[in-house]
Design a protein around this ligand. Structure first.
Ligand SMILES: [Zn+2]
Ligand SMILES: [Zn+2]
Length: 102
């Protein structure tokens, strides 16, 4: 089950559970859409994979026991340890390879 992390690892902007700006990789590394587009260029700095929009867990339990109230989002903020130039360099090294070929 997704943790639904509370922030962008790069710029630390809040990414509420219902945000349509939250992007995740297959390991659930979480970034905002702006950082994914402008800095990471669809290359996850932690694993090298691509990103997709994070699915939104329903607010209303339309099936019993399944909603954001039943399985709440994580509150643990995560911050990348890579500096800005390292992020860009890593993106440059990999962005030309489509995620399905990485
Ligand atoms: Zn960001
Ligand atoms: Zn990743």
């Amino acid at each position: 089950m997704l943790e639904i992390r509370p922030n962008c690892e790069c710029c630390d902007t809040d990414l509420a559970p219902g945000s349509t700006e939250a992007m995740i990789c297959s390991y659930e590394c979480t970034f905002c859409k702006r950082c994914v587009d402008d800095i990471l260029e669809n290359v996850c700095p932690n694993c090298g994979g691509g990103f997709t929009l994070r699915p939104i867990r329903p607010k209303v339990a339309r099936r019993p026991g399944l909603s954001i109230d039943h399985q709440p989002a994580s509150t643990k903020r995560i911050h990348t340890t890579y500096g800005a130039s390292e992020l860009k360099e890593f993106a440059r090294s990999t962005r030309h390879i489509k995620p399905e070929h990485r």
